[in-house]
Design a protein around this ligand. Structure first.
Ligand SMILES: [Zn+2]
Length: 169
């Protein structure tokens, strides 16, 4: 077993998984500079996503490769000591991530995971550009579907207003 007390471990985990970690700040700065607006750590959504873009109905998770067990990633290596402990711990984290993302999807949210390794200097720009692209794509797709549904549901000629207030529950 690991040598930390339960409390120490908790503190350690929250320091590492904590708010304002560097990779998360990169994503935030980039999105903000491109005019995307978001909310942080939404308390009422499963998993408290790092960033929530309501207009895009999208939750973004910025995940550390180690804590979230990024598969086939060179930054994810189990420690040589207490291997079972870490392996269990990370499997649990992965299961939880999966469950939370399923819940979000069932609530109609898009989930995007940005991995820490995708924000390393060499690949950062490409990752962030593709994130912006994905968000715009999601936005357009959602519009298309919504318009289609409205035409189907109501064949009067009045132009319905787009519902702006997606409630979170
Ligand atoms: Zn990784």
């Amino acid at each position: 077993m690991d040598k930390l007390t339960k409390e120490q471990r908790h503190r350690c985990m929250s320091a590492i998984k904590g708010k304002n970690t560097k990779p998360e700040m990169m994503v935030r700065k980039f999105l903000f500079s491109r005019g995307f607006r978001y909310r942080l750590n939404h308390p009422r959504l499963p998993g408290h996503p790092d960033l929530v873009l309501r207009k895009y109905r999208t939750a973004i998770f910025v995940n550390g490769c180690f804590w979230h067990g990024h598969e086939n990633c060179k930054y994810f290596r189990l420690p040589k000591t207490n291997t079972d402990f870490w392996s269990n711990k990370i499997e649990r984290n992965k299961d939880r991530d999966k469950k939370e993302q399923c819940q979000l999807a069932a609530m109609g949210w898009h989930c995007i995971t940005v991995w820490e390794c995708q924000l390393k200097p060499k690949v950062r720009e490409q990752t962030l550009e593709s994130l912006a692209y994905t968000l715009n794509h999601i936005f357009l797709q959602d519009r298309k579907i919504r318009t289609y549904e409205m035409v189907e549901a109501d064949d009067s000629l009045s132009v319905a207003e787009e519902p702006e207030d997606y409630s979170i529950e």
